[in-house]
Design a protein around this ligand. Sequence first.
Ligand SMILES: Cc1ncc(COP(=O)(O)OP(=O)(O)O)c(N)n1
Ligand SMILES: Cc1nc(C(=O)O)sc1CCOP(=O)(O)O
Ligand SMILES: [Mg+2]
Length: 523
Amino acid sequence: MQSLGGIRSWPATYRATTASMTTTTESMRKVAQVVTVAGSDSGAGAGIQADIKVCSARGVYCASVITAVTAQNTHGVQSVHLLPPEFVSEQLKSVLSDLQIDVVKTGMLPSPEIVDVLLQSLSEYPVRALVVDPVMVSTSGHVLAGSSILSIFRERLLPVADIITPNVKEAAALLGGGVRIQTVAQMRSAAKSLHDMGPRFVLVKGGDLPDSSDSVDVYFDGKEFHELHSPRITTRNTHGTGCTLASCIAAELAKGSNMLSAVKVAKRFVDSALNYSKDIVIGSGMQGPFDHFLRLKKKDLRQSTFNPDDLFLYAVTDSRMNKKWNRSIVDAVKAAIEGGATIIQLREKEAETREFLEEAKSCVEICRSNGVCLLINDRVDIALACDADGVHVGQSDMPVDLVRSLLGPDKIIGVSCKTEEQAHQAWKDGADYIGSGGVFPTNTKANNRTIGLDGLKEVCKASKLPVVAIGGIGISNAESVMRIDEPNLKGVAVVSALFDQQCVLTQAKKLHKTLRESKREQQ
Ligand SMILES: Cc1ncc(COP(=O)(O)OP(=O)(O)O)c(N)n1
Ligand SMILES: Cc1nc(C(=O)O)sc1CCOP(=O)(O)O
Ligand SMILES: [Mg+2]
């Protein structure tokens, strides 16, 4: 198998197959395809069932090779039946000899013999990437793959994996020798040692770490570490998070993402699904499943795509600043995302429509591949034409109810509010969030009325919607904004603090750190 940048190039077998298909026409489309090699979960929260849901939610076709059938529900695993290795081999052959599989994702591999047939199949039918989720124990504590599996994992599976995604317990088991992983520093060291066993990338998941307010995962590419933070979500509905993360990585790789983007998108996907599903009730046990399609909460379908936590670090672009610092909008957006921006708004007051549309399309692509929403300021036409995630409007722009009727139920709409009345109206009109300011004086927007921290507090208290603060906010005063301690104040929106700066990446990182620290202090 040959390496090409992020993941491998198309195997010769795929090219040969498509070339020989008698029905191939110019208009036929290649569909990104994953096969999951895992166990069936009768409760459908994890395993094969979760994998198929994730891939479908991410627009990727998912075939399935079943290694074991579990009798399982929200209380735990009642029974496990292993499939004979020969039959797993038959399934692998059926799928890999026919479908044009891009990525193989593994979950429960319950016996060394099953790992052996998988490795045999991979050598006969090479694929672009192998994602290994080294499942060993279920959420409820049931052993799904015992210690007999460890030597074949270490010696034969890990060396051919593109990425492995162990949690801290699985990482410790793979490393052996009584290794304990209880801190982020120990996760880093474990990621490095696991990388030495052969996989090209390692993601050690820290969801089970004791005493941390954030959920921190450590990603290692052999040279650099990345710490991926997300807020810890309190819910019983966490069954299947590991399968979901690994399958989402596989789906993004199948679509052509590089590994780091795939991992970031997958982490955000899991966070959004957990957050959205935190109060749904399925089953009577303590390991509830979550909703991969963000659709089961019927009460308000419209809010399904919007995660209010995305307002945490809201980057608003400015054409004058980009010109001044001689950078394109696209470069500005890339740097902001890399530095930790959790949502982007293109506020290009002076741009020509045609040029703006082209830039907006490029930004949509970048944001989508990073799992970050992109909104357009004022211009509903541009948002529609580039299929942005939504629009931000002010009190003198197009009214929110009209924007909603034009954009439809799934897009995100933000509206600027300086008063309690405006906040009530925003809710009635169908907005998703409120931008409230100017919290401090600003040079970015002419003649802007400053409402101060007290004004912001009033709007937050009056609003049923999540709020993002805006106006004159930067590293030096962001903490004072978050300290007003209103539960629906989700973050800060900034223009000059990121974009009227020499290095957008550095400023975004610093501001993200400041916001994280102030959030931690409040918890
Ligand atoms: C997040 C956010 N909040 C407020 C605004 C201001 O919008 P508006 O009042 O329409 O002013 P302009 O940005 O159009 O000058 C915003 N853009 N973003
Ligand atoms: C676009 C905008 N809207 C505001 C409002 O009060 O609604 S203040 C503002 C400008 C924010 O820029 P900076 O972060 O550079 O101060
Ligand atoms: Mg406006």
